[in-house]
Design a protein around this ligand. Structure first.
Ligand code: IMP
Ligand code: MG
Length: 198
């Protein structure tokens, strides 16, 4: 097969993938451009606030990873990256707040300025757990940067220092967010049709 034919085939596959996933989306909440504009704004703010602070940005896997990679391209100051992976038990569309660390950070955060990068704050229990866990290491500061926030779902007092968008209580997917590991690669954020998860 010729190079252009392979390319065409690849494009068709992409279209099919997008169509397949799109039929599961009830409504596009935030389109690609809207997300990118906000990410740029957040990156600029972090660059100003952390000038000369060499922050450690800890991305919560896997949902935060798309947001992180776009965000850091919009940050103009030196920074360090680290990753953390947690599992929470119970319902797949709700956090139980019972958290287990599957992958801990590698960087010693004692005396460092830490920024936690999350995809979405739902009950807030995961972030509360991480925050308390980090504080035991005596960092200089810990701040939270989350692309999405579901304020009506909070079950704990949580302050989000850098927030992208507020959303309602619907289950959303795309731009890192998944349902059963699917939809993370959508470039936009959409509400998942209820029949998919109920
Ligand atoms: P929390 O502990 O309830 O705040 O749970 C936060 C985590 O639950 C997020 O990092 C997501 O992985 C997941 N989550 C919560 N709401 C949604 C959603 O609407 N779509 C996809 N994942 C979600
Ligand atoms: Mg997450």
């Amino acid at each position: 097969m010729k190079k252009w034919q392979l390319k065409k085939l690849e494009q068709l596959r992409e279209l099919k993938k997008d169509k397949e996933m799109k039929t599961d989306i009830a409504e596009v909440l935030l389109d690609e451009q809207t997300i990118q504009n906000k990410v740029m704004e957040l990156g600029k703010k972090i660059s100003e606030d952390y000038k000369d602070k060499n922050p450690v940005m800890v991305c919560i896997l896997k949902g935060g990873v798309i947001f992180l990679t776009d965000l850091i391209k919009n940050i103009s100051i030196p920074l360090e990256l680290d990753f953390m992976s947690l599992s929470s038990y119970g319902d797949t569309t709700k956090s139980s707040g019972v958290v287990k660390i599957k992958k801990d950070i590698d960087v010693d955060i004692t005396g460092r300025h830490v920024i936690i990068i999350e995809d979405i704050v739902d009950s807030g229990l995961t972030l509360k757990y991480i925050n308390e866990y980090f504080k035991r290491h005596k960092p200089a500061s810990v701040k939270i940067c989350a692309l999405l926030d579901k304020p009506e779902a909070h079950k704990t007092d949580i302050y989000i220092d850098y927030k992208g968008f507020k959303v309602g209580n619907e289950f959303v997917v795309g731009y890192g967010l998944d349902y059963a590991q699917k939809y993370r690669n959508l470039p936009y954020i959409g509400i998942l049709k209820k029949e998919i998860y109920s």
